[in-house]
Design a protein around this ligand. Structure first.
Ligand code: HEC
Ligand code: HEC
Length: 323
């Protein structure tokens, strides 16, 4: 229902005003003046009420819509004027409030909650970035924003549906800034006489994501038997023939922490569960983990394997993975 209709539904059909007019008419002379004055006052009250009702309702409706629109509940946050600002400064503030507890104030992966977590919260300056869309393994700002928004379950990196787009985009700037800062500090620690500006330029260069991968085209029909065969030849050694990833216990990540291949029957994906997301993981691999990329894979093999991986998810999780 539009706000106009709601405002319009407050009509000036006020019986009380008319009843009042009648009473006054009985006792007052000359009646015409009173009637005019009363009618005028009644009209003013009526218009005032309608206007007030209109604006109050509009506020309530707007807040209800905001609440329905992604859980922005009636907190001070919902009306934070900074919400849509995209800036490094904004990002650093949101980072300090939400992320430093795990990633550390300087993004070195050393926040108070970090010690208990495996995999560890990412050290932005040194670490690989697991999910992204570039050949280089380094994320674009969009990749960072997507990773932050989506989270990386089943790892302890939570999703952030409650943050605004401005906050998430600002966080991507903050993560990049911390990554550069960490690299510069590291360089200057090892070589204190090295010019800072040069170290900064080097760090920016080292974090340049380069071009985005264009996935090979999807064939008109998918061949599940082909996907199964490709999986058994290239993936089952780590993920097991049934996709559960239980058999290998010798895999380690870049931090030398033990890691298992994902249980593909769980339907939970760090980088998203759409066919494009899964295809990207297969082509690019997962930097920082032992999962290799297959940059030369053909479109037929890739999309058939994606379709086959999707069939491994158990019915219980199929609802969340069907997209
Ligand atoms: C409860 C701890 C925790 C909190 C809070 C947390 N993270 Fe993480 N984050 C992690 C862990 C653990 C990983 C590593 C996941 C992995 O390697 O699979 C991670 C990974 C990441 C990555 C790496 C993405 C990639 O492609 O590898 C980014 C970027 C990141 N977090 C940003 C953030 C930001 C921004 C916030 C705040 C909005 C945040 N994190 C809050 C635990 C946390
Ligand atoms: C050398 C071992 C290894 C091989 C070979 C391997 N993987 Fe993985 N895979 C892993 C590990 C380890 C992870 C978990 C990485 C993590 O959680 O950080 C993983 C994760 C995944 C994920 C989850 C991605 C996400 O977003 O969470 C998918 C999907 C996947 N692998 C598919 C495949 C497919 C398909 C193949 C074959 C084309 C394959 N893997 C080959 C080790 C392997």
């Amino acid at each position: 229902m539009s706000q106009e209709t709601i405002a319009g539904s407050v009509t000036c059909d006020s019986e009380e005003v008319r009843a009042g007019q009648n009473d006054e008419r009985l006792s007052a002379t000359p009646p015409n003046r009173w009637i005019l004055q009363l009618a005028g006052a009644g009209l003013a009250i009526c218009v005032g009420t309608a206007v007030t009702f209109h604006y109050t309702t509009r506020g309530v409706l707007a807040r209800a819509a905001a609440a329905a629109d992604g859980g922005a509940v009636l907190t001070a946050k919902a009306v934070d004027p900074m919400r849509d600002v995209v800036s490094l400064e904004h990002g650093m503030g949101v980072y300090a409030a939400n992320c430093a507890t795990c990633h550390g104030p300087g993004g070195l992966g050393d926040g108070p909650q970090a010690a208990s977590l495996i995999p560890r919260p990412r050290n932005f300056s040194g670490g690989a970035f697991k999910v992204g869309t570039t050949r280089s393994g380094l994320p674009t700002d969009d990749d960072l924003a997507a990773a932050i928004r989506h989270g990386m379950l089943p790892a302890m990196m939570p999703p952030w549906p409650q943050l605004s787009d401005g906050e998430v985009k600002s966080l991507a700037l903050a993560v990049r800034h911390l990554a550069v800062d960490g690299r510069v500090a590291d360089k200057l620690r090892r070589d204190p006489s090295f010019p800072r500006e040069k170290a900064e330029a080097m760090a920016h260069g080292a974090l340049d994501s380069g071009p985005v991968i264009v996935l090979p085209p999807r064939p008109p029909t998918l061949d599940l038997a082909r996907g199964k065969m490709f999986y058994e030849t290239n993936c089952a050694a780590c993920h097991d023939p049934d996709g559960r990833g239980k058999l290998r216990d010798d895999l380690v990540d870049n931090d030398e922490n033990p890691i298992t291949a994902r249980d593909l029957t769980s339907g939970v994906f760090k980088g998203g569960d759409s066919p494009d997301d899964i295809a990207m993981r297969i082509v690019r691999g997962i930097p920082g983990s032992p999962m290799p990329g297959i940059p030369t894979i053909t479109g037929e093999d890739l999309w058939s394997t994606v379709a086959y991986v999707k069939t491994l998810a158990k019915p219980a999780s199929a609802a969340t993975s069907a997209k």
